[in-house]
Every structure is written in structure tokens, then in C-alpha cells.
Design a protein around this ligand. Sequence first.
Ligand code: PMP
Length: 426
Amino acid sequence: MNLSQKSAKKSSADLDVAGIKKDFPILATKMNGKPLVYLDSAATSQKPIQVISAITKYYREYNANIHRGVYKISEMATEAYTDSKRKLANFIGANSIEEIVYVRNTTEAINLVALSWGDANVQKGDHILISEMEHHSNIVPWQILAKKKGAVLDYIKLDKDKAGLSEKSIAEQLEKRPAIVAITHVSNVLGSINDVKDLTKKAKKVGALVLVDGAQSAPHMPVNVKDIGCDFFALSGHKMLAPTGIGALYGKKDVLNSMPPLFGGGDMIKSVEFYSYTPNDLPWKFEAGTSNIEGGIGLGAAIDYLNSVGMSKIREHEKRLTLYGLEKLSKIKNVELFGYQKKGIEKRGGVISFSIKGIHPHDVAAVFDSYGIAIRAGHHCAMPLVKGIFKEGALSRISFYLYNEEKDVDAAVEAIYAVKKIFKVR
Ligand code: PMP
């Protein structure tokens, strides 16, 4: 099936959201008898028919294991899987597929770095620097590593507005000359976009390696790992139109080459003797066992789709929606918003966390659900951050993607008024 040419060809900066929506079968369904309004793309994105079809085509027409068969359909599967790595390398500006390791998700990518690079390089007393804005997946692997090695885990503090990172804190922490700085590109709670290029430059001056958690950036804005200058970049396919179970770790070739393999088994070796083995070349050295072939193929189709729409256009579209959302929600009494507000929109992605005074976010989300609106509620897998910005430690969150439009925000606003009415909040 062809991509939504209409959306790709539109000359204005606006996306053809109506055309895009037609590509997402789930968006034509109902939830609780109401047309589904999906406002939880920061958790996972919906999938276009082009991705679903690419996976179905693989199973129907050329299902075979990769790197093994000397027959046609195995070669086809190997080529499709490898081609998706080429697409991802181009998508994020990597030099070649040698720098693209497929994993299950962002969490696994970060753990791979902590367990392989961290185990080989971090010594007792070394500093590991993260921030107060991190998802659990960029906290816990470093806690485990620090404990194992006797290293020290440090945090860059939030700034006084509790929106971005404190420059003062960055400077203070870098004085400790950390071995690695691991930082989120875009916060899944605040939507804040961190200046990871600047931070990388500063971290490099003190000799640190830099890992960027790109789970919330790669799906939503143009990303170039070479421009950022980071050593590692982690992403999840399921947040960028691809299926679950496929994600990637970008690593600079020389850094990946220096790291020991994490898992042993088939595909990650060149040869095996009874008491030794020779590891495979990059990136296969880090991909032991049969790969998630359908996931790789699905991710390739997802990247084609995103490219056909244009990442800059997606970013602009989400920026407009976020501005619109901030404008509308800021006018509702007893609704508190977090992170950068309208003036800081250039530093904010398509995520709006909010709280309605005195009402638990789970109650908020349940009312939204009855309206057919899917939103997130709770600690958003960022407990330290959420507790730090809001004492109850739980928030409601709406988040946008290329298939959302202003009327989805209007539906959310209507649902907020309904929540307030039900719970008698003025
Ligand atoms: N980092 C951030 C900023 C995220 O938003 C998420 C997912 N919510 C993750 C990491 C983890 O992603 P995954 O569950 O796909 O590994």
C-alpha cells in the first residue's frame, strides 16, 4: 500500500491530519461507545496500515530466519532486516549500520550500555551523572551499576522553575569529572527538551562519555546523533509507529568496538571453539540469538512513513497542538500545569502533564476513558521527578503525535470540565 501521499505532498507547514488518520485503523474505532481519542502517544504510538502490512507481508511471503539460509526467502528476510538498519542509521544521522544495535526498547539499550560498557570501564569511586528528570529506565540501570562497582550516582538538579535542568548544577556536577553522563533528550513528564548538544560538549571537556535517552525525541523531531556528538543514543520503535519489542542502541563505532558483548550465543560470533570464541563484527556482536525480524521490518516501514510526512513538520505540528493545549488548559480554574509554558514552547515537546485540584489522576483518567479519551495517569515511570514537582506524586498526562488535532484537545478540555463537575471542584 502507498504511503499517504497527500500528507507528504502538502506544501503548507500543516499536516494533512485527516489523511494521516485514515492510515491508522484504530483511530476509526470506538472506546466505550465513543470515537477513540488517543492522547497517550508518549506511552506508545498507534500503528499505520503501512507498518501492519509490512509485517503481514513478511509472514505471508518471506518468513525465514536471517543470516543463515542460503535460500531466497531467507535472503529476502536478511535484506529487509538489514535495510531497516540502514533506514534507521540515516534517520538519526549515524555513519553506518555498524553503529545500530537492535534491542527490545530504550530500557534494554540503556541496560546494555550499563552492563557492557559500565562493567568494563566504571571503577570504584567513579561518578555517574544523570538528572532529576529521568525515566526509571535511565535511573535504575545506573543504580545497579553504581552499587556493583562502588561508584557514585549524581543528579543534575531541575532549575528553579522545575522545567529544565539547572545550568549551575550541570557545572557543579561536571567538576566531579563523571565517567558517563546519561540524560534524557525530552522528558516524558514535563515535555522539556534538553540541550543535549551543549551538555555533550561540556561533558566531553571533562572526558565523560554521553548517553542520550531518545525515547521521546526520535519519534517527534529531527535527530542527528553526530550533530549532538553523543556516544550512545537509545530509542524505542513502539513510540515511533513501529511494533513493540524493537528498539535501538546507537553507539559510536570505536566505543561499541571497545565494549565486550553482553549476551553470548548464535549470530554474535564469527567462530566458536570448545573453550573460546571470536566475536562477530558490529553490530551483530551485540545481537545474540534469532533477532526480532518482524520488529526490524516494521521499524523500517515506520521510518519510511515518518520520512514521507517529514520530521520537521511533525515537530511543528506538535508544537502548535501543545501551544493550543497550554492556552486552553491554562484558562481552567484549579488546573495546574507543569514544565515550560507558552513562552518556552521551543523547549517543549508534545506532552502536557496536569493536575486537577483535589482529584486523583486515576479518577481523572477514568472519566476521560468514559468519554473515549485515552490518557496516562500516575507516576509516569519517573517517580523521583513527579514527586519533586508535585507532592502527591501522581499526574495526568496528555501527549500528542502526528495524528492528533485541535479537536482532540477540545475533547480533553470538555472531559476536564466533566471531571470537575462530577467531583464538585469549582
Ligand atoms: N525514557 C523515556 C523518556 C521514556 O518516556 C520511556 C517510555 N515511557 C522510556 C525511556 C522507556 O521506554 P521503553 O519502555 O520503550 O523501554
